[in-house]
Design a protein around this ligand. Sequence first.
Ligand code: ISE
Length: 341
Amino acid sequence: MSPLRVGVVGVGVMGADHVHRLATRTAGAELVAVADPDRGRAQALAADVGDAISVHADPLELVADERVDAVLLASPGAVHTEQLLACLERGLPVLCEKPLTMDAESSEQVVRAEQELARPLIQVGFMRRFDPEYAELRSMIGSQRWGRTLVLHQIHRNLSVPNPRFRSEMIVRDSLVHEVDCARWLLGEEITAVQVIAPAPTSHALEGVADPQITIFEMASGAVVTNEVFVNSRTGYEVRCEAVGESGSAIIGRPGSGIYTTAVDETGGGWGGRIVPDYRERFARAYDLEVQAWVDAARRGDVVGPGSRDGLAATLACSAGMESLRTGARVEVPQAPLARC
Ligand code: ISE
């Protein structure tokens, strides 16, 4: 079987990481094109990883490039709708970094456009579904070894977010969105209501940014999910999840055991051992497995993992989260039939 010729749109932090992944450790894939409005950046990256890689400043030119069989979209969410629709129109499999799009209307437009095709083409970049610990936790929950799972506690901390555009809403759309997908996927049910509570903000956050945020998801079965998202935690990248069942619980993402603190001391270390700096390291294996699964599926003419309907469901829950962030109220999540688990 010939390799899948992949084009990558957007070569910022995550796009560049995927470019290296595709060029060096994804079997059955050939990186043939990159696109970024910053052509110089795209050119430098292309030269770094190979030769004969086309460089485009216009992402739509890459989508139209005859050499491209499949597209990995790592561009900002605000430009996804147009780029996704272009991929669907050309019949190209696409791995789209989250969020699918920025609002429910455009996410629905994408889901409908995909449904008109003979087969689905979109995988959404919820990479945690490919993380071995998350996968194990999901099968433990599914086995009901501790009875029903009643509560999930999800912790999501970033070291810091230097981007001044990363305001309170971005914490919902860009960071909490992972917790939305994990809650739906781990528990196998929809989120019915969301409430965001903003504690006193850290002094490390920019003026006016609500960081950390505590968010509560009510699930269809009555289970409750608590989320702490703290993007200027100053400790490192910590993603943990504890599932609490009727007669037992399990926790993933905790590197040590016993008393564990991540507060950094004068030696630069914490009692809990080394904390990774960001998601590229914490989820490196998950990203590798995700991209490999996408390439394998595309070569078979298939699509696996989270699809556009999961992307729509995440958009609906995050839109409710943004409303709750503004008003402080509990907001119900519309149960769109297109977006069911
Ligand atoms: C980033 O876009 C990610 O996807 C990371 O997983 C998340 O931890 C971070 O907060 C986001 O900005």
